[in-house]
Design a protein around this ligand. Structure first.
Ligand code: TYD
Length: 208
């Protein structure tokens, strides 16, 4: 039977994940696979509603613990209603961010720690992990240039945190990739979208 696969793209702000996710979906579809492109936070109507609360709500914002719980709740809905059912019927899932974002942002940079984030993921999503996590890495100074162009001074509540926070995010992702080399593929995110896409496809071919 045709079994589905679950691929997540991870990285800091402005790493080019969304562009690479689209190119990956097109390449897999060209191979005749049925693919679902989705993202976090979001992907289902409930999770998209939580996304609004997390990224754009007015007011004082969330504390680190509430923020982590909201991400886990959004993920729980996304996993139960979309990701698991799609894998079951043989779809390939391409997901722009997944639990490693919570581990890096809330766990590493936000100070909650990895054990608590993993525990939330156990309760919320029964520990579902991607078959492959593509970590797209770009040097911090290049990211700053890209974001200045892309966001023109407007960024969401989390994207707009200071450089120290984002450096901790990057260091956390890097550590996760070192710890689980069989699940992670580190992708050099410099160069043209097409060059990066070639690197992505080499990593994805490990799954075939
Ligand atoms: P998004 O618009 O997807 O940003 P990007 O284009 O950088 O991927 O917004 C998601 C924001 O939420 C981003 O700043 C990362 C953050 N985030 C977390 O802090 N924890 C999480 O678990 C996830 C999925 C995202």
């Amino acid at each position: 039977m045709n079994t589905g696969r679950f691929i997540a793209l991870e990285g800091g702000e402005g790493a080019g994940k969304s562009t690479q996710a689209k190119l990956l979906v097109e390449a897999l579809e060209a191979r005749g696979l049925k693919v679902v492109l989705t993202r976090e936070p979001g992907g289902t109507s409930g999770a998209e509603a939580i996304r609004e609360l997390l990224l754009t709500a007015e007011g004082e914002g969330w504390g680190a613990r509430a923020e982590a719980l909201l991400f886990a709740a959004a993920r729980s809905d996304h996993v139960e209603r979309l990701i698991r059912p799609a894998i079951k019927v043989g779809r390939w899932i391409v997901c722009d961010r997944f639990v490693d974002s919570s581990r890096a942002y809330q766990g590493g940079a936000g100070g909650l720690g990895d054990a608590d984030i993993r525990e939330l993921h156990r309760v919320g999503s029964e520990e579902l992990l991607p078959d492959l996590t593509l970590l797209i890495e770009v040097p911090a100074e290049q990211v700053a240039e890209r974001l200045a162009e892309r966001d023109a001074g407007i960024s969401d509540r989390i994207g707009g945190r200071d450089a120290n926070y984002h450096a901790k995010v990057a260091a956390s992702f890097s550590r996760f990739a070192d710890e689980e080399p069989q699940r992670f593929a580190r992708i050099d995110g410099t160069g043209t979208p097409e060059q990066i896409h070639q690197r992505v496809m080499q990593a994805v071919d490990r799954l075939a």
